[in-house]
Write a protein that binds this ligand. Structure first.
Ligand SMILES: C[S@@+](CC[C@H](N)C(=O)[O-])C[C@H]1O[C@@H](n2cnc3c(N)ncnc32)[C@H](O)[C@@H]1O
Length: 466
């Protein structure tokens, strides 16, 4: 089963949950494969899900092995800083150490002074983070590795810096710490460093939530209603759904509950003209189309032809005939200009750092940088300004990201409102309450995994004066 990077929603396929090794313990081949996969992910040459897909294309494995390999590699990405620190406390695990009778090299005095190998990270992750016992590991270990693990276990627990406790890069902690008490930051990091559950959205054009629960239960898939979204289901396991009849007939989509709430915030009505400005592969487009009951006109804009191409079959499966995808040359494309002042509702699901989705995409914290965030902020401001011009007087725009950084969130919206006197904020919490959704999320909606059980999302609802 391929673990796909699931930004905030999307696709019918998810990695299975971590698979325990057999009663005989972990096999050496499987451990070696997990190390090889981890090494590829740690190059950060491409998104982790793409790197894993490439790995599994080259190395055919059964579903359980894939799940183990994916979960092992992702676990290292989640706790890389802690694991590096622990490894640095022990002797080097180097080929010379593996020779029978060789003496372990002592660790250098300064942590981080040597490069910790992917194998060391994987071994420590399995033993310290995932709690595998020496017995479960022993068949898979190379000579000397059991002693190496034991030696590290004997070391006193290192005193961790805040950034190490959070397992975030320093630059990120520097941006978050001034805005959040340490306790809150630790709770956020703990939640973001924990794998996410699998959420589904029921497509109400095709099915009722209760019926879907029964259909899934018939296949031994336990699903319960999500706490907030009236369309959402949360699964206890991560089954392979891409071939499930309820997926194939368009009754369900994989979508984080937070993403569902973004659609409900925009609340498009039947027969309206709506623009999903950054539609990508259409995760949000599909919920908007369903809320519009497949009536009106729903433009799905994006600058990526490749992403938009994935939307067409998804819309067909969902039974939507109101979706009009269009690839833009940029936010000031002539198609955008032609619609200025005419559109009822606009969703800007802005390109962002994705740091709110670390539960699913732990590589992002190591792949983003202060420079990439600055570039994204400039892009977000330009997209919001262009998208807002589409709105008719009285129209509604939702600006959203899956970022936890103020620079990508309220700073963009505050600057926009300061420069556009004809726009004002609406209360996200009130808009959701009017739909019977009781949620403590603030005026601008802020969702977090530790409080709401969703990915971390930000959304501001703006209205153009009538
Ligand atoms: C957060 S993703 C959208 C995810 C999508 N809404 C979904 O639910 O699956 C942001 C998208 O913005 C697109 N994008 C980047 N720059 C853009 C621009 N100037 N105008 C429109 N879309 C843009 C990216 O190609 C990307 O697909």
């Amino acid at each position: 089963m391929i673990a796909r990077r699931q930004r905030t929603d999307d696709r019918g396929q998810k990695p299975a949950g971590s698979e325990a090794p057999t009663a005989d313990g972990l096999a050496a081949d499987l451990l070696n494969a997990a190390v090889a996969a981890t090494a590829q992910l740690l190059t950060f040459n491409q998104p982790a899900d793409a790197a894993l897909s490439a790995f599994f294309r080259a190395r055919k494995s059964g579903a359980k092995d894939r799940a183990f390999i994916a979960e092992t590699a992702y676990a290292v990405l989640r706790r890389k800083r802690l694991l590096e620190r622990l490894a640095a406390c022990g002797p080097n695990l180097e080929p010379s150490f593996l020779a029978p009778g060789a003496t372990p090299k002592r660790a250098p005095k300064t942590p981080g002074a040597r490069r910790i190998s992917p194998r060391e990270l994987v071994l420590l992750s399995l033993s310290r983070v995932r709690g595998m016992s020496q017995r479960q590991l022993e068949n898979a270990l190379m000579p000397g590795e059991a002693e190496w693990l034991a030696e590290i276990r004997r070391q006193p627990e290192p005193e961790l810096t805040l950034a190490e406790q959070l397992d975030f890069p320093d630059w990120l902690v520097e941006r978050l710490a001034p805005r959040m008490p340490a306790e809150e930051l630790l709770a956020l990091a703990r939640a973001l460093n924990t794998p996410a559950p699998l959420d589904l959205r029921v497509n109400t054009l095709k099915a009722e939530r209760e019926d879907v629960i029964k259909r899934l239960a018939a296949d031994n898939i336990a699903a319960t209603p999500c706490p907030y979204s009236p369309l959402g289901l949360r699964l206890k396991t991560k089954p392979y759904l891409a071939k499930h009849p309820a997926y194939l007939d368009g009754s369900i989509e994989v979508q984080d509950e937070g993403s569902q709430l973004l659609g409900l915030l925009l609340a498009p009505k039947r027969s309206e003209m709506v623009v999903d400005f950054c539609a990508g592969a259409g995760g949000k487009t599909l919920i908007l189309g369903a809320l519009m009951r497949s009536t009106g006109r729903l433009y799905a804009f994006d600058v990526s032809d490749k992403r938009l191409a994935k939307l067409k079959p998804r819309a067909a499966r969902a039974g939507l005939s109101n979706v009009h995808p269009a690839c833009l040359s940029g936010e000031n494309d002539t198609r955008v200009k032609r619609l200025q002042g005419k559109v009822d509702r606009v969703l800007v699901d802005a390109p962002c750092s994705g740091l709110g989705t670390l539960r699913r995409n732990p590589d992002l914290k190591w792949r983003q940088s202060p420079q990439s965030v600055d570039e994204l902020s400039a892009k977000q401001a330009a997209i919001l300004a262009a998208a807002a011009k589409l709105l008719r007087p009285g129209g509604r725009l939702v600006y959203a990201t899956c970022s936890i950084l103020a620079e990508e969130n309220e700073a963009i919206v505050d600057a926009f409102l300061a420069a556009h006197a004809d726009f004002h904020r609406l209360s996200a919490q009130e808009i959701l309450a009017a739909q019977g959704i009781v949620i403590d999320c603030g005026e601008d909606m802020r969702l977090s995994p530790q409080q709401h059980g969703t990915d971390a999302f930000y959304a501001a609802v703006l209205e153009r004066a009538k």
